[in-house]
Design a protein around this ligand. Structure first.
Ligand code: SAJ
Length: 419
């Protein structure tokens, strides 16, 4: 075989996998249906924040091959699929990219190959969707080729944990498939955690992310009523966080963005609803988290009202419009629904974010501020949505006439209001 590993889908999951494999001397092929992304990668420009251009160029110099044509999949010992699994309307799972990738693989599948799905999906996908598509090749899963599932655990912007130091969950269609996948990942990650089967591996990922969505929703809902109880929720959470066992600290925020936490629990809800009943915790968490931008709007109206100012006509500066701090990705950002509402109420909004050069809301270009000192001082209200490391929090707290701090990171002072 020409390649030890082919990665299908060269995004924030596929590229770290390709890098770790290449670093360990594996011959790696990258396949992506986006020809522009393929061209950009071959030109040495990384599409993901967690992989530098320099790292990519070292991979290319070391033989990493990037193509759009799936035909070369026929020459790889192992094929790992890392394509997006977004939600379509009404929170319905969208497996379009998975089906296309698996179809491409089936047309180029050779005996003895290991095929692994890493994309987050509902339990049963690998067995009931992926397997039949692959067997259109005429080959039989678990007999002529191996089939496994291994959820990705990439945390964008996390400088401490990455593929190289995070255990990898792996489930196989058969024990032999599992063992083959364990042997493959054992070359790349420090520890492999095999499960009883495919569904248990698919479910492990959904447990991880539903756990986060539900616990974030818990503190978000508490934040909305603590003002009425006269409680500083931030102080109480800090206190609860001193418990060395049985508690993990989550913090309220302006909303839950990204393409994982707001999405993955809906994959599980969807699977459960097909049996005629709801997964109530996940659906309620989604509802609470989705409502946080509206809560931020309420707090904005209240804060300006306290200063005798209407939202209409007020200059509001939104700081941090990506979906989480120190990450350039704006997918699912709570800043978007908030900005829409503020525009509808006649606010004059501007934004500041070192990761975002241009920002449009419903085809309206929102003025961006590069020099924040003056913009902060001029605004009727500053709203801190993401606490990017590049922000001078002391200056913001000092210079702002009024600031709504949705992250609880500014020093408490007269002009600072917390979520
Ligand atoms: N958030 C809060 N309060 C919190 C934690 C997060 O409001 O206490 C918000 C963030 O601001 C962000 C959203 O929730 O808008 C999601 O943040 P996140 O870090 O939980 O999720 P992702 O999508 O950036 O990264 C996650 C991984 N995160 C962690 O493990 C910390 C992990 O869940 C997955 O490995 C990964 O996505 C994935 O691909 O599923």
């Amino acid at each position: 075989m020409s390649f030890d590993l082919a990665v299908v889908g060269l995004g924030y999951v596929g590229m770290p996998l390709a890098r770790e494999a290449a670093t360990r001397g594996l011959r790696v092929l990258g396949v992506d249906s986006d020809s522009e992304r393929v061209a950009s990668l071959n030109a040495g420009f990384s599409p993901v924040g967690d992989l530098s251009d320099g790292e990519l160029r070292a991979m290319l110099d070391g033989g990493f091959r990037v193509v759009a044509d799936p035909a070369e999949l026929a020459f790889s010992d192992t094929i790992v699929v890392c394509v997006p699994t977004p939600l379509a309307e009404a929170y319905q799972p969208d497996l379009t990219a998975v089906v296309q990738a698996i179809t491409d693989i089936a047309e180029n599948l050779t005996p003895g190959t290991l095929v692994v799905l890493e994309s987050t999906t509902w339990p049963g996908t690998t067995d009931s969707v992926v397997r039949p598509l692959l067997e259109r090749s005429g080959l039989t899963a678990g007999v002529d080729f191996h089939l496994a599932y291994s959820p990705e655990r990439i945390d964008p912007g996390n400088g401490e944990f990455g593929l190289a130091n995070t255990p990898k969950v792996v489930g196989g269609l058969t024990p032999a498939c599992r063992d083959r996948a364990v042997a493959f990942y054992g070359k790349i990650v420090p520890r492999v955690a095999p499960t009883r089967g495919l569904r248990e591996a698919e479910m492990a990922k959904l447990i991880e992310n539903t756990y986060r969505a539900v616990n974030i929703a818990l503190v978000n809902e508490m934040a909305t009523f603590c003002a009425d109880l006269g409680v500083d929720i931030w102080d109480s959470i800090e206190a609860a966080g001193t418990k060395p066992f049985g508690f993990q600290k989550f913090l309220p925020g302006p909303g839950v963005g990204g393409h994982c936490i707001p999405v993955d629990p809906s994959y599980l809800s969807h699977a459960v609803r097909r049996h005629g009943y709801p997964f109530r915790m996940a659906e309620l968490a989604q509802e609470i988290n989705d409502a946080m931008p509206s809560w931020v709007l309420t707090r904005i109206q209240h804060t300006l009202n306290q200063a005798g100012k209407p939202v209409n006509g007020s200059q509001i500066l939104l700081l941090g419009i990506t979906y989480k701090s120190d990450v350039a990705d704006a997918r699912g950002t709570p800043a978007l629904p908030l900005a829409r509402s503020l525009r509808r109420l006649g606010a004059r909004i501007r934004y500041g974010d070192p990761f975002v050069r241009h920002w449009s809301v419903d085809q309206h270009l929102i003025p961006g501020e590069q020099v924040l000192d003056s913009a902060v001082a001029e605004a009727d209200l500053v709203v801190l949505l993401q606490s990017h490391s590049a922000f001078d929090l002391e200056m913001i707290g000092r210079e702002a006439r009024l600031v709504l701090d949705t992250r609880g990171v500014l020093q408490r002072r007269g002009n600072v209001v917390r979520l």
